[in-house]
Design a protein around this ligand. Structure first.
Ligand code: BGC
Length: 463
């Protein structure tokens, strides 16, 4: 059993590791921006190309399908060619997709362009947390990996704001094209960042791994960490079959379970349809609904900052459980508010308040904790592939929820729809309580050895 857990002496790292994490997190900005921008752009694209309802749906969902493809392909590539290279490749694809969609002259071109952007999102969505996790010191890994979630939320807010300002001229081309700027910065920036020391070690580049570790830890004393990485590697086969074997299977279940639950508790119905929901709630004018949506995006960002302060102190599990409880409560109240015949005045505000509580609760729990945990719980040699499975499950569930939300409202009504999400939230709480391990302060190698020892996930944070 590898000891590297709480109590192991390890420096907080140099300030360089913060720069590395912040640069990589630009991938998160692109993820957030490119998923958020469509809600504003689609209004003008619809007019420009005179889209039918079906075409509109295809344009909107092309990103999600592309993301599925990117998530499938990215895992093997990240294990084979390294995390840093795949981030660079995804940044180049982001840039090409941004310019391509900005220049689109036919609907087919636009759809393919959005699909290509999606491929980049699918890759970046998990390779970014993977890379940051592998460079971070154990004690601040929660905070550093969640830079990525913060960047996603910032990207969403920026996309709302840019959508709002550019809507005066209906400039959808600019909305898409602007993403090329962060994509360019990410491409160039990552050329100067080091490769993941753990990936280097897993490809037998031990001296190089040691050099990178010294640089990012800001000390020459990295023998202990190197030794643990090597010891852990010596126990891994690197085959897919390992993932399905009895020892690592619980990690696979946690990853896929959280991936699906993060989506089927409805977060993206709120992110994508917030203005519509605010209009249901009595915010009649489009501009007040959009402004309220920007407010929601800011709550999402601020609460992610709060989570970043707490993940390494109180741990992942308490935040997850409190966050899900807040989501269930707010969805329940939202359902009741919509249940009453007239939603105006005070009730409109109750609905708006519960939406804020819902998003804030997601932002301290499910949002950051899912991406963080899947970057921590898999064996190094197959980490990319294992994360890619959880990520595919996440984008797949996202797609299903996006496709079914409006029909659910038609069939079950607004209260019924939000209550269904609340019920699923209860399932998510029970699942998290029983299966999600506490990884706070533990080294990635310790986490692996815990699975290998055949212990229950819930015992990971103890002792
Ligand atoms: C989720 C996205 C969601 C975003 C909202 C991410 O963790 O994976 O689907 O849109 O959070 O902040």
């Amino acid at each position: 059993m590898i000891k590297g857990g709480i109590g192991r002496k390890q420096s907080h790292g140099s300030s360089f590791v913060y720069i590395v994490a912040a640069f990589a997190a630009l991938g998160g900005i692109l993820f957030g921006y490119d998923t958020g921008v469509i809600s504003g752009a689609i209004l003008f694209i619809k007019e420009h190309f005179m889209l039918s309802a079906i075409q509109e749906e295809v344009v909107v969902s092309a990103v999600l399908l592309g993301a599925l493809i990117g998530a499938v392909a990215g895992g093997r590539l990240a294990d084979r060619f390294g995390r840093r290279k795949i981030i660079i490749i995804s940044a180049i694809i982001f840039a090409l997709g941004a310019i391509g969609t900005a220049l689109a002259s036919t609907v087919a071109w636009l759809i393919v362009g959005r699909g290509i952007v999606g491929v980049a999102i699918g890759m970046a969505s998990f390779v970014t947390p993977l890379y940051i996790s592998e460079v971070s010191p154990d004690k601040i890994r929660g905070k550093l990996v969640s830079f990525n979630q913060l960047a996603i939320t910032a990207g969403i807010v920026v996309s709302y704001l840019i959508g709002y300002f550019l809507s005066k001229h209906g400039d959808w081309r600019m909305m898409f094209g602007l993403a090329a700027i962060p994509a360019g910065i990410l491409t160039v920036g990552m050329l100067f960042m080091p490769a993941s020391p753990r990936w280097l070690a897993s490809h037998s580049m031990i001296d190089k791994a040691r050099r990178v570790l010294k640089r990012i830890r800001g000390t020459d004393d990295v023998n202990k960490e190197m030794q643990e990485i090597q010891e852990s590697l010596s126990q891994q086969s690197g085959h897919w079959s390992e993932l399905l074997g009895p020892l690592v299977r619980p990690a696979l279940i946690v990853g896929i379970g959280l991936a699906v639950l993060q989506q089927v508790t409805g977060i993206n119905t709120v992110i994508y349809y917030a203005p519509t929901i605010f209009q249901f709630a009595g915010f009649k004018s489009a501009s007040s609904a959009i402004l309220a949506t920007v407010g929601l995006g800011i709550v999402n960002m601020l609460m992610t900052v709060v989570a970043m302060q707490l993940l390494d102190r109180v741990g992942r599990r308490p935040l997850l459980l409190i966050g899900i409880a807040g989501m269930v409560l707010s969805l329940g109240v939202l359902g009741f508010a919509f249940h009453l015949p007239h939603l105006s005045g005070i009730l409109g505000w109750v609905a708006a308040g519960s939406l804020m509580l819902y998003v804030g609760s997601f932002a301290i729990g499910m949002g950051p904790v899912f991406w963080l945990l899947i970057s921590e719980i898999y064996p190094l040699k197959i980490r990319g592939r294992a994360m890619s499975i959880a990520t595919v499950a996440n984008w797949g569930a996202n797609f299903v929820v996006a496709l079914t939300f409006l029909s659910m409202i038609k069939i079950l009504g607004r209260p019924g729809t939000f209550w269904v999400y609340a019920l699923v939230g209860i399932v998510a709480w029970v699942f998290s309580y029983f299966f999600v391990p506490e990884t706070r302060g533990r080294s990635l190698e310790y986490i692996e050895s815990h699975w290998r020892a055949g212990k229950h996930p819930r015992h990971m944070g103890k002792g």
